[in-house]
Design a protein around this ligand. Structure first.
Ligand code: WQD
Length: 321
């Protein structure tokens, strides 16, 4: 009996794989290693595979059958918003084509449990500060569209052949559960600012004229360890026959502004670095905070960590790297 984690060599996927493995669950990792790292999955059974390739269905069926896979946690996907606008075809092929192959392999081998990695990007720019799952999703970029369509694909499989599925809409994930699993890409605020500190360049705050307390954008930063534990809770939830919901926000329910994150980074690092106020970035909603009442009540999951632990763990990981 094992759990297949696609994207398991990635920043988030490797935290999910390690937490499952350390709890005694046999884990099979599949990753195309485009951004995943071998070093994150040492000691785990892993296969280098691009899910959108035609050969992926047979390869996945082989893994599922041989290792008696009972559930899949699907995280493998391209995830850069800006890149998705420039390369929409690649995002639809890789993210949706890969998921279609995965669902086909699951159907053919009778694997009937799926936890799907979705995103707050599926909401687009909601006109509410606290976003609940009842908010109508209106993604504004191909990346967010692939996440919403991915949720629909999972729902269609449930209707067509009885897949039990939940989608987790991640808000802003950061931090490190273990230094060797840290986020090594510089694509999001906290790693970008850390990189600027290390390189001696000046980090930018994209806009300070938003309708927020200090004028900078507010986001819901969730520790990657808490997020990984939400996946374990979601697997347990799939064993529950009376499932009322299949989409869950994963966040803390608390917002932090860009300037507040900057101040926390100064406090954690002890470095009073300079930053500059730059023009707004297109597509940035002023506030995006998760209403987490559904996952709190239904799965009894809540985040244990806040911004301080997120920044401290990420900085310690960088310092140890
Ligand atoms: C956070 C805030 C920026 C960099 C994205 C995806 C979302 C999810 C998380 C996958 C924003 C500001 C950033 C910088 C800045 N990913 N910022 N200076 O855009 O909230 O969400 O990552 O699921 O889908 O959209 O994250 O870290 O890019 O930005 O001022 O150098 O920090 O404007 O307000 P975002 P982010």
């Amino acid at each position: 009996m094992s759990v297949l984690v696609t994207g398991g060599a990635g920043y988030i996927g490797s935290h999910v794989a390690r937490i499952l493995s350390q709890s005694g669950t046999e884990v099979q990792v599949v990753d195309n290693y485009s951004t995943g790292l071998d070093s994150r999955v040492l000691g785990l059974s892993s296969t280098n595979l691009e899910l959108s390739e035609p050969i992926a269905i047979a390869a996945l069926e082989q893994i599922m059958t041989t290792h008696k896979v009972t559930a899949v946690i699907h995280l493998a996907a391209l995830k850069q918003v800006g890149e998705s606008v420039k390369k929409p075809e690649e995002y639809f092929l890789k993210n949706l084509g890969g998921q279609a192959n995965l669902l086909t392999a699951m159907k053919n081998t009778g694997v009937k449990k799926l936890v799907f990695s979705s995103s707050a990007a599926s909401y687009g720019v909601p006109d509410v500060d606290l976003v609940s799952e009842t908010q109508s999703p209106e993604p504004i970029n191909p990346y967010g569209q692939t996440k919403l369509i991915g949720e629909w694909m999972a729902k269609n499989a449930e209707v067509a052949w009885g897949l039990s599925q939940v989608s987790l809409r991640y808000f802003n994930v950061a931090g490190a559960g273990w230094p060797d699993l840290a986020d090594t890409q510089k694509l999001n605020l906290i790693p970008i600012v850390f990189a600027a500190i290390k390189e001696g360049t000046t980090p930018k705050v994209f806009g300070d004229d938003y309708p927020t307390n200090d004028g900078s954008c507010v986001r819901d930063y969730v520790h990657v360890m808490d997020l990984a534990k939400a996946h374990v809770a979601a697997l347990d939830y799939l064993d529950n026959d009376s499932r009322k919901h299949d989409v869950f926000n994963v966040g803390t329910g608390t917002g932090s502004s860009v300037l507040e994150v900057i101040q926390q980074i100064k406090k954690t690092t002890g470095i009073d670095f300079k930053f500059e106020i730059a023009p707004r970035r297109a597509g940035d909603p002023p506030k995006l905070i998760a209403d987490v009442s559904r996952i709190n009540q239904v799965m009894n999951w809540k985040a244990d960590n806040g911004l301080v632990e997120i920044v401290e763990s990420a900085w310690q990981a960088l310092e140890n790297s």
